[in-house]
Design a protein around this ligand. Structure first.
Ligand code: NAP
Length: 249
């Protein structure tokens, strides 16, 4: 179990949506926060309200990533919540290499690189917790979100491996797999969430599950929990899952 009172926590994507809701909950638990995002305006405002430090850095650019890596190395956080992420509502054949590269830099490479710089100190302290914001899309592969789904699958596989590598060294890892969450994510990706089912859950609900997973050492959290049903169905009966997904969309 990771105690949060007094813990140093880095939340990437801490200026909005799930990252912001998680930061608020962590603050109430007494965590000492550093928040990052690319736009300094909204980030500095929320950081001031939470009494948090902040680092504005575009994780889609090598320089921005390097800036956050320097800060993460210096701060040596006890917990990192990797919540920075962008969507891309495009079919595979409509996605350019440049778009794919940017998405993979923000959604995958940044989390891998930040983890790599904080893990050595966590190992020597025999204590640390990494939280990765994956997605149900990464477990299922969602049509019209091919590269986004791939990015989240990569993150889940990485989280699984780091969890195994770290377990004997006191390092804990949580993969969070939300379905749709009511945040600015959809507007930013350029296509609103258009389904009536499943209904989007609140960012605060996801944040509650994240904080509880850190406190109680849960390796994987699906939000809402019933979305584990299609994940299990796909694993045990991929043909049936594909037929149903094709029919239901
Ligand atoms: N909303 C959903 O339905 C949903 C479902 C499953 C998983 N997720 C995942 O949950 C995570 C959080 O999403 P959200 O819904 O909270 O979205 P959000 O409200 O749009 O927040 C995204 C956060 O990431 C930051 N960010 C985006 N691009 C960045 C960049 N290039 N460099 C640094 N920071 C960047 C944003 O700050 P700036 O804009 O200032 O850069 C913001 O703080 C993402 O990884 C997303 O893939 C979301």
């Amino acid at each position: 179990m990771t105690a949060l009172a007094g813990a140093r926590v880095l939340v990437t994507g801490g200026s909005s949506g799930i990252g912001l809701a998680t930061a608020r909950r962590l603050r109430r638990r007494g965590a000492v926060l550093t928040l990052s995002a690319s736009r300094p305006g909204p980030l500095s405002e929320v950081a001031a309200a939470l009494g948090a430090d902040w680092v504005a850095a575009d994780l889609g650019s090598p320089d921005g990533l390097e800036q956050l890596l320097r800060r993460a190395r210096a701060d040596s956080p006890d917990v990192v919540v990797h919540a920075a992420g962008i969507g891309l509502a495009r079919r595979a054949d409509e996605t350019s290499t440049e778009e794919a590269l940017r998405l993979l830099r923000v959604n995958v490479l940044a989390a891998l690189a930040i983890s790599a710089v904080v893990l050595p100190a966590m190992r020597s302290r025999r204590h640390g917790h990494l939280v990765f914001l994956g997605s149900v899309a990464g477990a299922l592969g969602v049509a019209d979100e091919a590269v986004y789904s791939a990015s989240k699958a990569a993150l889940a596989a990485y989280a699984g491996a780091v969890g195994l590598e770290g377990r004997a060294h006191g390092i804990r890892v949580t993969s969070v797999l939300p379905g749709a969450v009511d945040t600015p994510f959809f507007v930013r990706r350029g296509r609103p969430y258009g389904r009536t089912f499943p209904r989007a859950v609140s960012a605060d609900h996801v944040a509650e599950r994240i904080v509880s997973a850190v406190e109680h050492d849960r390796g994987e959290v699906v939000v809402p929990a019933w979305l584990r049903v299609p994940i299990v169905l796909r694993a045990i009966a991929p043909g049936t899952y594909a037929r149903l997904a094709g029919r239901l969309g």
